[in-house]
Write a protein that binds this ligand. Structure first.
Ligand code: NDP
Length: 491
C-alpha cells in the first residue's frame, strides 16, 4: 500500500477492490494521538460506568435510531470496502440487530452473573457481587466483514460500561468512518467510543493504552497481539483463522450436499473465517458429487460490472489473491486437478476468481492445511467414516465444521467427534444461528478466551468483585475456629 508523509501527517492510499485504484485516503493516527484518545475515553468512562444500565440502554437506543436512518449508507460503504459481497449491503441492519439484541439481553446476562446471599462455607458471612467493567477495551478488527467483526465485540463492551477504542483494518476504513458519523450524533456515546486509523503499528499503540483487547484476524498477527498483551498482563480474546472441513457421507442427499458445500466454500469469495475450506466425500459417491459440484460451480457469476448482480465479488485485499494462487499452483504441481475456475481474472482493475473445484488433493498440500481464504473447494475421497473424522481433525485449527449425512442422527454422531467450536449439521454456514443463543470455544489455533457469541459474551468485559460482610463474631487468632473446622482430630 502506497504511503506518503505530508508535514507530520502520514496518509495511506486505500485501494478500491473493484477498480484496483486508490480512491480513498486515510490519515494515520499518530502514537501520541492514540494515547490522547485513550486518555479522553478513559476519563469519560467513569461517568458511563456509573450510569444505571437502563440509562446506558437509553443512549444505545438513541444510537440505534440514528443507525436505522443511516443503514443504507453504512451498507454501501461496507460494499465499497469489500467489493460488494451480499451481506455488505445489510451491515447497517446487522448492526441494528446487534444493538437491539443487547438492549434486550444485557440486563439479563449481567444479572445472571450477580450473587447476593449467604456464604456456603461461612454462614454468618453475607456475600454480594459487584461487576466492574474494564475501563477501556481495545478492538482490533480485520478487513473481512469489517463492520460486523468490529461491532460484535464493541457493542456488548459498551453495554457492560466500558469505553471502546477500535483499530480497524487499514484495508477497509470507509465503513468505520460511516458508522462513526452516526456515533457523533449521540454525544454521550461519542464520549466513550472512538477509533484510530492505521496499520499494525497503530494496533500495537492501542494495545499499549487499553485494559483488554479483542482481536479478530490471522494466526500470525494474533500471536503478536497475544505477546504484546502478555507483556502488559492484560486479557486478550483472540478470534483467528480456520481451515474448516465438511464431511459428506455415502448416503447423503447429493443435491443438498453439493448446494450447501458450494455456498459454504465460495460465499463472499471464500473470504469468511468459517468458510468450508476442505471437503471429504465417501469414495462411493466421490465422482458423482464432484461432477455435480463442478456443474453448480460453473453457474456462479461474478458481481461485475454490477456489484448488486452476480454471486461473488473481487478479492477485497489484493495480496490475498497471491496466497490463493500459491496454494493452487503448489497443489497442481503435486498432482491435483482443477475442474473449474483456478485463474485470477482482472475485470476493470478488480481481481476475481470463479469457484475453483479441485480433486486429487492430499494432506501434504497447503490447500488442505493452511487457510486459503479464497473460493476454492478441494475435495478428497475417504473410505470409512473414521478416516473422514481423522482427516477433519488433522489440523491446527478448529473454528467450524460441517457434516452432511444420510440422516440427522448420523450427522449429529459424526459432528460430536469433530474438534471445532461450531459444527453445522445437514448444511454449512449456520454460525449466525448461535449468535444470540449460545457461546462457543474454538479449538486449536482458531481462538483463545471466552466466547464472543451468546449472552455470556458480555461477561468478558466485567470483573466480578465479591463484597463480604461478617454478621457474626470476628475470629480470635488465639481461638481460630471460625471456618467451622473440627476442634480435635477426627474420631
Ligand atoms: P490480520 O491478522 O492481518 O489483521 C487483523 C488486524 O490486526 C488488522 O486491523 C491489522 O491491521 C491489525 N494488525 C496487523 N498487524 C498488527 C500488529 N502487529 N499488532 C496489532 N494489530 C495488527 O488479519 P486480516 O485483516 O488479514 O483478516 C483475515 C483473517 O482474519 C483471516 O485469518 C480470518 O480467518 C480471520 N478472521 C477470523 C474470524 C473469527 O471469528 N475467528 C472472523 C473473521 C476473520 P491492518 O489490516 O491495517 O494491517
Amino acid at each position: 500500500m502506497a504511503s506518503s508523509v505530508i508535514a507530520r501527517e502520514q496518509v495511506l492510499d486505500v485501494r478500491n477492490p473493484r477498480t484496483g485504484q486508490a480512491d480513498h485516503r486515510l490519515v494515520v493516527t499518530r502514537a501520541e494521538e492514540v494515547a490522547a484518545k485513550a486518555a479522553r475515553l478513559r476519563d469519560n468512562q467513569r461517568e458511563w460506568a456509573a450510569m444505571p444500565l437502563d440509562a446506558r440502554c437509553g443512549v444505545m437506543g438513541r444510537w440505534l435510531g440514528v443507525v436505522r436512518r443511516a443503514a443504507a449508507d453504512i451498507g454501501n460503504a461496507d460494499a465499497v470496502d469489500t467489493g460488494g459481497c451480499h451481506t455488505s449491503y445489510i451491515q447497517g441492519f446487522i448492526t441494528m440487530a446487534n444493538i437491539g439484541g443487547w438492549i434486550e439481553d444485557a440486563g439479563k446476562a449481567l444479572d445472571n452473573y450477580q450473587f447476593h446471599g449467604r456464604s456456603a462455607v461461612m454462614p454468618d458471612v453475607e456475600v454480594r457481587t459487584q461487576l466492574v467493567p474494564y475501563s477501556l477495551v481495545g478492538v482490533i478488527s480485520p478487513w473481512n466483514a469489517p463492520l460486523m467483526l468490529a461491532m460484535l465485540d464493541a457493542i456488548p463492551a459498551l453495554f457492560a460500561g466500558s469505553a471502546v477504542l477500535i483499530k480497524p483494518s487499514e484495508v477497509t476504513p470507509r465503513v468505520i468512518e460511516a458508522i462513526f458519523e452516526t456515533v457523533r450524533e449521540v454525544p454521550e456515546l461519542a464520549a466513550v467510543f472512538d477509533y484510530v486509523a492505521g496499520a499494525g503499528d497503530v494496533g500495537q499503540a492501542v494495545i499499549e493504552e487499553v485494559d483488554l483487547v479483542c482481536f479478530t484476524g490471522s494466526v500470525p498477527t494474533g500471536r503478536k497481539v497475544a505477546v504484546a498483551c502478555a507483556q502488559r498482563l492484560i486479557p486478550c480474546f483472540l478470534e483467528l483463522g480456520g481451515k474448516d472441513p465438511a464431511i459428506v457421507t455415502a448416503d447423503a442427499d447429493l443435491e443438498r450436499a453439493a448446494t450447501a458445500v458450494l455456498r459454504g466454500a465460495v460465499y463472499a469469495t471464500g473470504q469468511v473465517c468459517y468458510s468450508t475450506e476442505r471437503v471429504y466425500v465417501h469414495e462411493s459417491i466421490h465422482d458423482e458429487f464432484v461432477a455435480l459440484l463442478a456443474q453448480k460451480a460453473r453457474h456462479v457469476r461474478l458481481n461485475t460490472p454490477d456489484p448488486r448482480a452476480g454471486h461473488i465479488g473481487p478479492f477485497t485485499f489484493a495480496p490475498q489473491a497471491d496466497i490463493v494462487l500459491r496454494h493452487l499452483e503448489e497443489a497442481k504441481s503435486a498432482g491435483a486437478q482443477v475442474l473449474t475456475g483456478g485463474e485470477i481474472e482482472n475485470h476493470d482493475g478488480g481481481l476475481y476468481m470463479r469457484p475453483t473445484v479441485l480433486t486429487g488433493v492430499t494432506h501434504d498440500m497447503a490447500i488442505m492445511r493452511e487457510e486459503t481464504f479464497g473460493p476454492c473447494v478441494p475435495v478428497m475421497a475417504y473410505s470409512d467414516i473414521d478416516e473422514a473424522i481423522r482427516l477433519a481433525n488433522d489440523t491446527q485449527f478448529g473454528l467450524t465444521a460441517s457434516v452432511i449425512a444420510g440422516n440427522e442422527e448420523d450427522a449429529l454422531a459424526i459432528g460430536r467427534q469433530i474438534n471445532a467450536g461450531a459444527v453445522f449439521l445437514q448444511d454449512t454456514f449456520l454460525t449466525f444461528g448461535k449468535m444470540r443463543t449460545v457461546g462457543t470455544h474454538s479449538f486449536g489455533f482458531s481462538g483463545l478466551g471466552g466466547s464472543r457469541t451468546g449472552l455470556d459474551s458480555i461477561l468478558r468485559f466485567v470483573r466480578r468483585k465479591a463484597l463480604m460482610t461478617q454478621h457474626g463474631a470476628v475470629a480470635d487468632i488465639q481461638d481460630d475456629h471460625h471456618l467451622g473446622a473440627p476442634k480435635g482430630p477426627p474420631q
